[in-house]
Design a protein around this ligand. Sequence first.
Ligand code: SF4
Length: 213
Amino acid sequence: MKSLIINEIFYSIQGETSRSGLPTYFIRLTGCPLRCAYCDTGYAFNAGSKMSFEEILSKLNRDTTKYITITGGEPLSQKNVQSLMKELCDLNYSVSLETSNAITIEDVDSRVSIILDIKTPGSRESDKNLISNYSKLKKSDELKFVICNQKDFEWAVDYIKINNLSSICPIVFSPSYNQMPLSELADLILKNSLNVRLQTQLHKTIWGEVNGK
Ligand code: SF4
């Protein structure tokens, strides 16, 4: 029987991406090969317990919500996640995957909406970005940049141009929590006439930094 190491499964409001505001199940997988400077989920690096697919599915109820977000840690660091996502899609859940762009997305089921988090220099993990992932994205996926400061913003603008990312799928810019004020990022986006979506972490606005997972 297939299994995964799971850090937590919970039901909450999606705070990010175009699904922001939607009641959603979150399945957080244990483990991540990166160590981003601003990481707020370090508790998922090692802590977790083995759960069979049957146990995972028993925590979900299609009548509560059809939205599921697979997150981490870095969920693609556990191979069995591919089978779980396929199974959830077969059960008619609407599945999104939050991934760090450090691992290939080539085996992800085409029904899954991928949120590809392109690492900026402020994360101190930008050398891990896998450029080969961009050609595998679909229109229904999203590219996310966490912006830590003005240098990150300028880097992201250039990076989008160099890699021709605007034509692939929607792009969201999110300020790094406690590092860049939302208003400053909003002003930069407007001043540069950027065709990106400004995103805040809605769950932290609702419940604060500690409880707003
Ligand atoms: S990829 Fe995500 S979970 Fe991993 S270190 Fe970076 S922010 Fe944290």
